[in-house]
Design a protein around this ligand. Structure first.
Ligand code: MEV
Length: 423
């Protein structure tokens, strides 16, 4: 699927000169593994998922979650318009009600003043509406906050939104007879959401050790736990972000922005909760597991690191539906990307809940962790698997033990070679 040039690009990643132009005081580069999440069927299209992550089991987990979802016809996804919020804080406003009236009366003028991105306007995006929020009782007294709604199209839009906020502020000051404070986007981009859902027959969860019907019941119970308890919800949502952040990183998107928005969204009713919903459904005597994930997902495929990072563009190409990869060099749109990412989050969560409600999370983790310990101990090539297998068999995954096993393996290997050389 990848050309030779693209494979070389993946191996080389970013050179130091390019890194030096991205941020300040550059002294090096940090390379992460880029894995491929497999088995994804999303709205009837097959996708490979590029994932940049340091944690073992995540890529294997998401692929197993996606495989389960296939038994239910794959993921169905959707999204709202790509609308971001610019916030303008207004202080020392003499009459808040009067200011609100004046702002609404001058709505068209304000949106025109905020319209500073010709590229967005040409694409049909840009400022589309506004709202006024009253904060009558803050630590610094009363404030008015004006939200501008900016359609960001294929961009994440941080620059366009911040520019719009700064451009509209002088007019808002005049209209409110107040003073503009902060002029910045909100990362709680709750108008720019994506969702994914899936319904999987319980029998798809059957295994040698566990009945599918029992497993899906336990998964629904596990989700109920995370909806009710913030301590569990934090871990549950962290697992979702194992997958989501990995795709955001691979595609050069701002994962801190998405995390901040999603966690604020998870606490929108005043209590921090699970971002997912998993429920049992019964139809015609058979049980299935229904799951849904919805969250704010402000992502872009143009601008920022999506353009300047050499492998981010390639990651976006890998994300094209299978079968279309060879046809064009274009990348997928931001809206499709957000929907794929929602499906990845749901698959990751499903895999974690299945493991947690059956064998436990440590078994799978142990094998991969053992490999890492073997490598840390200095093992190379075949020795990695041999040392890792011995660590798992002993259920003792420590680097000191890996070093001992490596010494034994090397001694044994030497003996065998000497034996081969003997006439
Ligand atoms: C580990 O990185 C993620 C999990 O803790 C998620 C969860 O508990 O749902 C396994």
């Amino acid at each position: 699927m990848l050309s030779r040039q693209e494979s070389e690009l993946l191996a080389a990643s970013m050179d130091i000169d390019r890194a030096d132009k991205m941020v300040e005081n550059v002294v090096g580069r940090l390379v992460l593994p880029l894995g491929i999440g497999a088995n994804f069927l999303i709205d009837g299209q097959q996708h490979l998922i590029p994932m940049a992550i340091e944690e073992p089991s995540v890529v294997a987990g998401v692929s197993s979650g996606a495989l389960l979802a296939r038994a239910g016809g794959g993921f169905r996804t959707g999204s709202s318009e790509p609308v971001m919020i610019a916030q303008i804080q207004l202080l020392d406003v003499p009459d808040a009600a009067e200011a609100e009236r004046a702002i609404f009366a001058a709505r068209a003028q304000i949106l025109a003043a905020a319209d500073k991105s010709p590229t967005l306007s040409q694409l049909g995006g840009g400022p589309k509406g506004l709202e006024v929020r009253h904060l009558p009782d803050t630590q610094a007294g009363a404030m008015l906050v004006v939200h501008l709604f900016i359609d960001c199209h294929d961009a994440m839009g941080a620059n366009a939104v911040n520019t719009a906020a700064e451009a509209a502020a002088p007019l808002l000051e005049k209209l409110s007879r107040g003073r503009a404070g902060l002029r910045i986007l909100s990362n709680l981009s709750d108008r720019r959401r994506a969702w994914a859902q899936v319904e999987i027959p319980a029998k798809a969860f059957d295994s040698e050790e566990f009945h599918g019907a029992e497993t899906v019941e336990r998964i629904a119970e596990a989700n109920a736990f995370a909806v009710a308890d913030p301590y569990r919800a934090a871990t549950h949502n962290k697992g979702i972000f194992n997958g989501i952040d990995a795709v955001l990183l691979a595609t050069g998107n701002d994962w801190r922005a998405v995390e901040a928005g999603a966690h604020a969204w998870a606490a929108r009713d005043g209590r921090y909760r699970a971002l997912t919903d998993w429920q049992l459904r019964s139809r015609g005597g058979s049980t299935s597991l229904y799951g849904r994930l919805e969250l704010p997902l402000a992502v872009g495929v143009v601008g920022g690191a999506t353009r300047s990072h050499p492998t981010a563009q390639l990651a976006l190409r890998i994300l094209q539906p299978l079968g279309e990869g060879g046809k064009s060099a274009s990348v997928i749109g931001a809206e499709r990307l957000s929907r794929i990412i929602a499906a990845v989050g749901l698959a990751q969560n499903l895999a974690a809940l299945r493991a947690l409600t059956t064998t436990g999370i440590q078994e799978g983790h142990m094998r991969l962790h053992a490999r890492q310990m073997a490598v840390t101990a200095g093992a190379e090539g075949e020795a990695v698997e041999r040392v890792a297998a011995a660590l798992v068999a002993e259920k003792e995954i420590r680097v000191e033990r890996a070093r001992e096993l490596l010494r034994e393996y090397k001694a044994q290997d030497l003996k065998e070679r000497a034996g081969e050389l003997r006439p």
